[in-house]
Design a protein around this ligand. Structure first.
Ligand code: PSU
Ligand code: MN
Length: 324
């Protein structure tokens, strides 16, 4: 007779059998070095080629320089790749046939062996399977403006509610209803931490106008908070918002006007479902003549530095706990 704990272990092993590790990521994991997960939707659908691939490599280098090991996650050939080779990164960044993979899409793309770029939700699932606690992205998905009518709420928020990964972001874009996004996270018990300022960030701009739940500038303090949450059995993610560096920030007047324009275009063209976010991102990039791309790159790099520091602090707190 199989005991419950053994059954749980069998299920976990089965899930992990879908993972395929790059050599550096596997070595880091085996040695207990801190890993930082990175998503691939931002590469495949969030930025144009070749800036996407170049940025992805620069972000990985920043994380390595800070003492952690980057693991960019994507679906390739029916496996969940944890850590991408140069060729794999190039393929994800270049191909026009990359699926955008959230929780719903994961089994379809894995089973068919197609090429998949993971969203915040998709990457959180894969990172948790791989035992990676920290994940750096640009901006999280959220409650869309007008969701009262469309029900368009990103699956990222449900994932944050249940999957135990810390997500470092520059807040959420103002293409979303940031107030409702924060309400939704509160309802589902997802803490929103902010570093460097009291307010939640708004991606292209530093200040969303909404307060985060807790301000924590110091990585050791962030790690203590996160470790305490998970030690208590309070499963689920944590959002850590950090603003785009001042020099790269855009003006809120400009971004507000462009966002409204892009939203009107999306409505006029009947864009719905998973196409909404990529459409808005692409239109804003075009409307700013590419300037928003520079802001996007700067904020992701800054998030990588904050995330690497947190990963180191969390790894220290794990060792501290097991030494007791
Ligand atoms: N926001 C950004 N850039 C992005 C995304 C969101 O500023 O690239 C991507 C992320 O992968 C995020 C996804 O998880 O879009 C959310 O898509 P949707 O709204 O369809 O859930
Ligand atoms: Mn949506």
């Amino acid at each position: 007779m199989i005991r419950t704990t053994e059954r749980i272990e069998m299920v976990a092993n089965l899930a992990r059998s879908w993972l395929s590790w790059s050599a550096p990521a596997a070595a880091a994991q085996a040695a207990g070095h801190p890993l930082v997960a990175l998503e691939s939707t931002i590469i495949a659908h969030g930025m144009p080629y070749p800036e996407n691939v170049r940025t992805a490599r620069e972000v990985e280098a920043l994380i390595r320089d800070a003492g952690a090991e980057p693991a960019t996650i994507a679906l390739i050939g029916g496996r969940i790749r944890i850590g991408l080779s140069d060729d794999e990164l190039e393929m994800i960044g270049r191909s026009d046939h990359v699926h955008k993979v959230s929780r719903r899409d994961l089994p379809a793309v894995l089973a068919s062996g197609g090429l998949g770029a993971t969203t915040v939700a998709g990457t959180m699932i894969c990172a948790a399977l791989a035992g990676i606690e920290v994940f750096v992205t640009g901006g999280i998905g959220g409650v869309h403006r007008g969701a009262q009518d469309t029900f368009d709420i990103s699956a990222d928020l449900q994932e944050l509610a249940k999957t135990s990964v810390a997500v470092i972001c520059a807040g959420a874009k103002s293409i979303l209803d940031i107030g409702l996004t924060l309400e939704y996270l509160e309802t589902h018990g997802v803490p929103v931490l902010s570093c460097e300022q009291d307010n939640f960030a708004a991606f292209y701009t530093r200040d969303s106008g909404f307060r985060a739940d807790f301000r924590m500038d110091d990585a050791a303090e962030q790690a203590r908070f996160i470790r305490t949450k998970w030690d208590l059995g309070l499963d689920g993610g944590v959002v850590l918002s950090t603003p785009v560096p001042e020099a790269a920030a855009m003006s809120s007047e400009e971004i507000d006007a462009l966002t409204q324009h892009a939203l009107d275009e999306a409505a006029a063209q009947g864009i719905t479902g998973k196409a909404v976010t990529p459409f808005l991102l692409a239109r804003i990039k075009a409307l700013t003549g590419g300037r928003s791309l520079a802001t996007n790159i700067a904020l992701v790099k800054h998030n990588a530095e904050v995330g690497a520091r947190l990963a180191l602090a969390l790894a220290r707190s794990k060792r501290g706990a097991s030494a007791v």
